[in-house]
Design a protein around this ligand. Sequence first.
Ligand code: 4FV
Length: 245
Amino acid sequence: MRIDILTLFPEMFNSVFSESIIGRALKNNIFTVNCINIRDFSEDKHKRVDDYPYGGGPGMVLKPEPVFKAIQNVRKENSRIIFLTPKGKVYNQKIAKELSKEEHLVLLCGHYEGIDNRIIENYVTDEISIGDYVLTGGEISAMVLIDSVVRLLPGALGKKESYMEESHYNGLLEYPQYTRPREFNGHKVPDVLLSGNHKEIEKWRIYQSLKYTYLRRPDLLEKKELTKEEEEILSKIKLNFSNEL
Ligand code: 4FV
């Protein structure tokens, strides 16, 4: 996978690509990345990239010309040109999985009040929002997308790491995790996890996953096809926790 990032602040990405899992995946050529400064495509003598909004109003707007040239500079036949914006479809693990199958992602990071809409209407393939709040720029949103997509690429997660059982992977919230010591400040690890009885451990984990999802994200249960066994466990949970919702 190749990722091209169109931004006014390429240096903001330095740490993302030098550390931990994403840094290692880059070193192992599991993906390639290129940060492009939109200002380099401004033919304005002062390298301006923003201007006043037509119709008046607060703030500035990113001009179409430098963004168009930056996009044309990297765009390929099968490129997904993604504009990070609060007006986009709200990002989730399903979209992350979908994008992880693409060959070329172009991430367009906005700034100011936004970008000239003719770029969005004519040259952008996807508008994605990482959540219903407003940031100062699209860079952090692009980092969220890169981290959540690259870790799904084959070979990105080492042996010890896996995304097979994590929250949202199977549409449910993950069961709680524990590690040594067995007792910490008087707080014990659930006995079942020390039992070595993998069948009982699996049942406990399904129960916990369904319980947390029922109590914290019942909306996820509406979208999730449950097995017969999971349905039975969930009805017990509803009995036990009906008063907690
Ligand atoms: C955002 C979001 C976001 C809006 C104005 C950048 C800012 C500024 N991007 N999900 N929420 N972008 O707040 O993706 O240009």
